[in-house]
Write a protein that binds this ligand. Structure first.
Ligand code: SF4
Ligand code: SF4
Length: 432
């Protein structure tokens, strides 16, 4: 079936819209409604607008604005007693906008570069990573900062940009790393897209912890970007191509699980079955693929963890990734892993599952709203007095690092698996 045929399904489905009874019980769970107190920027209001469009109303600039301002965090989905699948609705609404509306030229160029050229291509990511690394490591970034010549908007964006980590994780592609001790599981690991160049050490830590726990870890070289950011932006033709590529690369490898360490990616990988449900060649394969996908927290919490771990005297607070908590419904696994580390004290923050404002590239496009949410998130973090903020999604980690610089008390931001790795490495006598 051609991509244009599949696009005919890319609009909110009546059966999904009909589930909403407009009770408003989701309003308080919605970050944009909590900030603005505007009905049209609440889940109920957005669904109401989708119903209007579905009934023949024009896709107006105001509709696009309200749908764009949604973080797609799915907090409303957790709060909804009627089982409205809001994530499906907003992704479909964005796809419909993408297919029917011509956005302003600047937006079109930005979206084309990021979603169609940069993220799906290992070569483009590697080149962009190398350039950014030169900028960050050569002293140019520091010099421009000292001279104060960057315009305010660029300074804002720079604070959100990832630190580039060399060597890139791409170096592991095509390798299979052995289990430590007896092999109990064979798993494949997905390195992500940007994570390969900006979270390379996190990916290495993930592989080490898996090996430590009896996993042989394959990193197939033909894997690629999962397509999550494209799905959230409504660019489903690219997302489908990426999904097919990953299915071809991983499905028949005989793996016990396909592991992701990013809540946002894992959520989309688990929904390949929906993304390709109308593709006659891939529908069944996509369902099988999605059933194999496990978030790293979910996987580790389901197996018996190997001792020994050294005592880590740390106070840690955990920030739920929206797509892990609301998308994949995984909340207890990361907490269980953290609490398994001797000496670690977990301190819960208020509203840990309210979005921090990261939401893919939302913080770059809607910086004002994202910063306002981040300020409140950091108030909750600061109130715990914890020295470490644990998270389970690289995008949240970037946002929280910016939050620490701007509103925090010098906290360290780390992925749950990095803290586990620290405990294991310390017990091995290796520098942590
Ligand atoms: S999405 Fe759910 S909670 Fe929100 S108004 Fe509709 S039915 Fe009520
Ligand atoms: S996805 Fe998040 S921002 Fe969007 S309507 Fe639901 S709760 Fe609000």
């Amino acid at each position: 079936m051609a991509a244009s045929d599949l696009a005919t399904f890319d609009r909110p489905q009546q059966s999904d819209l009909d589930r909403c009874v407009h009770c408003g019980l989701c309003l308080n769970a919605c970050p944009t409604y909590r900030e603005l107190h505007v009905e049209m920027d609440s889940p109920r209001g957005r669904i109401y607008q989708m119903v209007q469009v579905s009934g023949g109303a024009a896709i107006s600039p105001s509709y696009v604005e309200h749908i764009d301002l949604c973080l797609a965090c799915r907090g409303c989905e957790t709060a909804c007693p009627s089982g409205v699948q809001y994530g499906r609705l907003v992704e479909a609404a964005r796809a419909e906008i993408e297919n029917k509306i011509r956005r302003p030229l600047r937006e079109r160029i930005l979206r084309w570069i990021v979603f169609r050229r940069l993220l799906p291509s290992r070569l483009s990511l590697g080149m962009a990573g190398a350039l950014l690394f030169l900028y960050q490591a050569s002293g140019l970034k520091r010099l421009l900062g000292l001279l104060g010549v960057l315009p305010a908007r660029l300074r804002e964006l720079e604070a959100l940009a990832p630190e580039i980590e060399t060597p890139f994780f791409f170096a592991y592609y095509g390798k299979t790393l052995p289990a430590e001790g007896e092999r109990r599981h064979r798993v494949a690991f997905l390195g992500g897209c940007i994570a390969n160049i900006s979270f390379a050490r996190l990916n290495e830590a993930t592989v080490r912890v898996l090996q430590k726990n009896g996993c042989e870890v394959s990193i197939p070289s033909s894997q690629g970007c999962c397509g999550a950011l494209q799905v959230h932006a409504g660019i489903r033709d690219v997302a489908r191509e990426l999904a097919r590529r990953n299915i071809d690369a991983l499905l028949e490898g005989g793996f016990d699980a396909v592991i992701s360490n990013a809540g946002g990616c894992g959520s989309t990988l688990k929904e390949y079955g929906e993304l390709l449900e109308h593709d006659p060649e891939y529908a069944e394969k996509a369902k099988r693929f999605s059933a194999l996908v496990k978030d790293i927290n979910e996987f580790l919490a389901s197996i018996e963890l190997n001792p020994p771990m050294r005592v880590l005297t740390l106070t840690v607070t955990y920030q739920d990734s929206c797509h892990l908590a609301h998308g994949q419904k995984i909340r207890s696994a990361p907490r269980k892993l953290l609490e398994s580390i001797p000496g670690l004290e977990l301190r819960e923050m208020q509203l840990s599952d309210l979005c921090c404002g990261s939401a893919g590239i939302y913080n770059v496009v809607h910086t004002g709203m994202a910063m306002s949410l981040l300020k409140k998130k950091m108030d909750s973090v600061n109130a715990t007095g914890a020295a470490v903020i644990a998270a389970s999604n690289p995008g949240c980690m970037l946002q929280l690092r910016a939050g620490v610089k701007k509103f925090g008390h010098g906290q360290r931001v780390a992925h749950v698996v990095e803290i586990l790795d620290q405990a294991y490495r310390a017990s091995d006598g290796k520098p942590s």
